[in-house]
Write a protein that binds this ligand. Structure first.
Ligand code: GLU
Length: 451
């Protein structure tokens, strides 16, 4: 007689905490999913007996390695690198690489876990992974960044491959870093293959990959508003971050007739009551990406704006909020403030930007609230399309890709409705995304037996 494990949610989470000590971000991500999945599994014996959630919450493997590099002054520096291959039930591991001093094994495990559900939601055949290092690119010269990327890839290359694991960018890793890493991969293996996404257009990259995460988060927002018969025209938006995701989200909001009031970085946020228009967004893009400047300098350029040092923008009254910076940047208190100020829709451009308290507050207020794994999936979706183009050895046209991105975001929205419609006009997008993502991966795992 098989022993079936029917621990309840609390028992399950106790086990997760015990097995992953000192990994709060990972435990948080699992908890947020488990809350919905336990309810969904209530009458589904097979998922229980086959321990599917327990298996998804145990990465297939975590590779940790030393990354040595020499700085411009000739000092030898040592960083730690990781690749977390969480689950490849529905396709090769896929997910970005993050270079930031806050990177730990816990952060990368949470990101790889989230990525597994997100990638399933896109409908494309991609498993979940994530990698990175505690390397801090801030203040480093381009040559130092190149040497670090090359050293990182000198170990990573043996764990990845176009049909094995396909990394991309994330915080601190953009087109430049992908170039350095792809160059090193090609040099070591003598293999020109679609092993990374987010590549330059001349060497296998896809059109609209850069814009996709931010645009996708706004398309998702549009889909959510449409369920209430509304659109973005005339609505105000508060956005955090000022990188690739934030600036492209801002751009799409402006294109659709909305008004963007804020952007931020780790130093604080800027509030522009006149609205951050396209010319101002272009200035921010150049300032942050090419000049590596701080958002604070926006106010010298556009004096009607104000800078709020050390603060997040959630206190600025708005119709819509888009956290596009990093994990746990929007806390319970911030969620309360947003709701009290009349914010009606939240679309996450970052991964897990809202902490668990905040998630519960948005859910209780029954506002339109999309978790990152649904609303920021546009980036990895176009990465998936980049993989298809690489396999075909062709490049698709911009209009085709734009349409595919829109269709994928609507498809994710439909999946959320399918599993998250609570009746009475309320859609629990967190629940919908968790269940739809889980079901696809879980059913593939059931087909493979105990592996
Ligand atoms: N880092 C992005 C994410 O969080 C993109 C990953 C990818 O394109 O593989 O989804």
């Amino acid at each position: 007689m098989a022993v079936t494990d029917h621990v309840d949610l609390n028992g399950f989470m106790e086990g997760v905490k015990k097995r992953n000590p000192h990994q709060p971000e990972f435990v948080q991500a699992v908890q947020e999913v488990a809350e919905d999945i336990f309810e969904f599994m209530q009458d589904k014996e097979e998922y229980h007996s086959q321990q599917i959630l327990r298996r998804i919450a145990e990465p297939d493997r975590v590779v940790s390695f030393r990354v040595c590099w020499e700085d411009d002054a000739g000092n030898i520096r040592v960083q730690r690198g990781w690749r977390v291959q969480n689950n490849n039930a529905i396709g090769p591991y896929k997910g970005g690489i993050r270079f930031h001093p806050s990177v730990t094994e816990s952060v990368l495990k949470f990101l790889a876990f989230e990525q597994t559900f997100k990638n399933a939601l896109t409908g494309l055949p991609m498993g979940g992974g994530k990698g990175g290092s505690n390397f801090n690119p801030k203040g480093k010269s381009v040559r130092e960044i190149m040497r670090f990327c090359q050293s990182f890839m000198t170990e990573l290359y043996r764990h990845i491959g176009a049909d094995i694991d396909v990394p991309a960018g994330d915080i601190g890793v953009g087109g430049r870093e992908i170039g350095f890493m792809f160059g090193q991969y090609k040099r070591i293996t003598n293999n020109f293959t679609g092993v990374l996404t987010g590549k330059g257009l001349e060497w296998g990259g896809s059109l609209i990959r850069t814009e996709a995460t931010g645009y996708g988060a706004v398309y998702f927002l549009e889909n959510m508003l449409a369920t209430k018969g509304e659109n973005l025209a005339g609505k105000t938006a508060v956005i955090s971050g000022s990188g690739n995701v934030a600036t492209h989200a801002a751009e799409k909001i402006v294109q659709l007739g909305g008004k963007v009031l804020t952007l931020s970085d780790s130093g604080g946020f800027i509030h522009d009551p006149d609205g951050i228009t396209q010319d101002k967004i272009d200035w921010v893009k150049t300032h942050k990406t090419h000049r590596r400047g701080r958002i604070e300098e926006y106010v010298a350029e556009f004096p009607r704006a104000s800078f709020h040092a050390g603060k997040t923008p959630w206190g600025v009254p708005c119709d819509m909020a888009l956290p596009c910076a990093t994990q746990n940047e929007l806390l319970g208190e911030d969620a309360k403030t947003l709701v009290a100020n009349g914010c009606r829709a939240v679309s996450e451009g970052a991964n897990m930007p809202t902490d668990l308290d905040g998630v519960h507050i948005f859910k209780a207020a029954k506002i339109l609230y999309a978790p990152g794994k649904a609303s920021n999936a546009g980036g990895v979706a176009v990465s998936g399309l980049e993989m298809s183009q690489n396999s075909e050895r062709r490049s698709w046209k911009e209009e085709e890709l734009q349409q595919m991105l829109k269709d994928i975001m609507s498809g994710i929205h439909n999946s959320c409705i399918r599993y998250g419609d609570q009746g009475g006009g309320y859609i629990d997008y967190v629940k919908g995304a968790n269940i739809a993502g889980f079901k696809k991966v879980a059913d593939a795992m059931l087909a493979f037996g105990v592996v």
